[in-house]
Design a protein around this ligand. Structure first.
Ligand SMILES: NC(=O)c1ccc[n+]([C@@H]2O[C@H](COP(=O)([O-])OP(=O)(O)OC[C@H]3O[C@@H](n4cnc5c(N)ncnc54)[C@H](O)[C@@H]3O)[C@@H](O)[C@H]2O)c1
Length: 257
């Protein structure tokens, strides 16, 4: 919108705040997505090959929580650096075409559209589970799944079974919408404390600086992220280390002391 001049007001990208991404996207979505899959299906995660599409903050959370529950995790990425990071984190990395016949559970968190689509559905195992934790209802191509299916029925609450023409069954959770919100309680409250603090303080900042801000995307000032994290740490009784005057001077200078 900014590029095309369509953005008429200043907007803070609250999602990009560190107190949002590092906690809500990673730990909140990681925990609540796995608990949603477990409660919707009543199946075991341990031993399941779990394919995570997207290794951003959300995908990292999904991959680590799935591994914590005993899954074998495969990561699918388009960004070479993130793919390398996933490898270094100990996950298998491959294309979705390669992962499609291997996965028992597929989790999408790319923020994009049509990530799991016809060509993948056709190669998946009988009984594979599909769930989205990323971009609303667009990451799994549900219309294509419907077209491929000869039967569709709700086998459990939040689990729709699609019987493909060759008899393979695929199980879609929460109709392809955000599984952790639809089929579970969403993020834990400690996570929402942080996310709502980001949003509330972002609005406060916009109101305070309304006269000087121009239309466009405004980053959340670091001081707001720091203030939120500091408050949480204080509540947890955790003390921060302070830099000494000598360290401060050293870090500001290029000269050897
Ligand atoms: N379910 C929830 O409660 C919840 C919470 C936070 C964020 N989200 C959503 O999760 C999505 C991802 O957020 P994020 O913060 O992790 O974003 P991000 O930009 O950090 O990560 C997205 C990753 O997906 C990768 N990617 C893009 N297209 C891909 C494709 N076709 N195949 C494989 N990988 C691909 C990108 O390279 C990137 O690494 C967003 O849509 C966001 O709104 C959901």
């Amino acid at each position: 919108m900014q590029r095309e001049g369509a953005l008429k007001i200043p907007v803070i990208a609250a999602n990009n705040a560190r107190c949002k991404q590092l906690f809500d996207n990673r730990y909140g979505t990681g925990q609540s997505t796995l608990t949603a899959v477990m409660s919707a299906t009543n199946l075991l995660i341990a031993g399941k090959t779990t394919v995570v599409a997207g290794y951003g903050w959300t995908g990292r959370g999904l991959a680590f929580y799935a591994r914590g529950f005993g899954a074998r995790v495969i990561v699918v990425e388009v960004d070479p650096v993130k793919a390398l990071e996933a490898l270094a984190d100990g996950f298998a990395v491959m294309s979705l075409a390669e992962a499609a016949p291997l996965g028992d559970l597929f989790l999408t968190a790319t923020g994009s559209i049509g990530v799991l689509r016809r060509e993948h559905f056709q190669r998946m195992k009988d009984g594979a589970l599909l769930a989205n934790a990323g971009n609303y209802a667009h990451e799994i191509d549900v219309p294509a799944l419907r077209q491929l299916a000869r039967e569709e029925r709700e086998v459990r609450r939040h689990v729709t079974e699609y019987v493909l023409r060759d008899g393979h069954r695929l199980h879609l959770l929460a109709q392809g919408a955000l599984v952790n919100i639809v089929a579970s309680d969403g993020h834990p409250v400690e996570i929402m404390d942080l996310s709502f603090s980001v949003q509330a303080l972002a609005v406060h900042y916009l109101a305070q600086h309304a006269d000087e801000l121009k239309p466009g995307v405004v980053p959340l000032p670091d001081e707001i992220d720091f203030a939120i994290a500091r408050t949480r740490l204080e509540l947890l009784g955790v003390r921060l280390e302070k830099t000494t005057a000598e360290q401060e001077a050293y870090q500001q200078s290029w000269r050897e002391p």
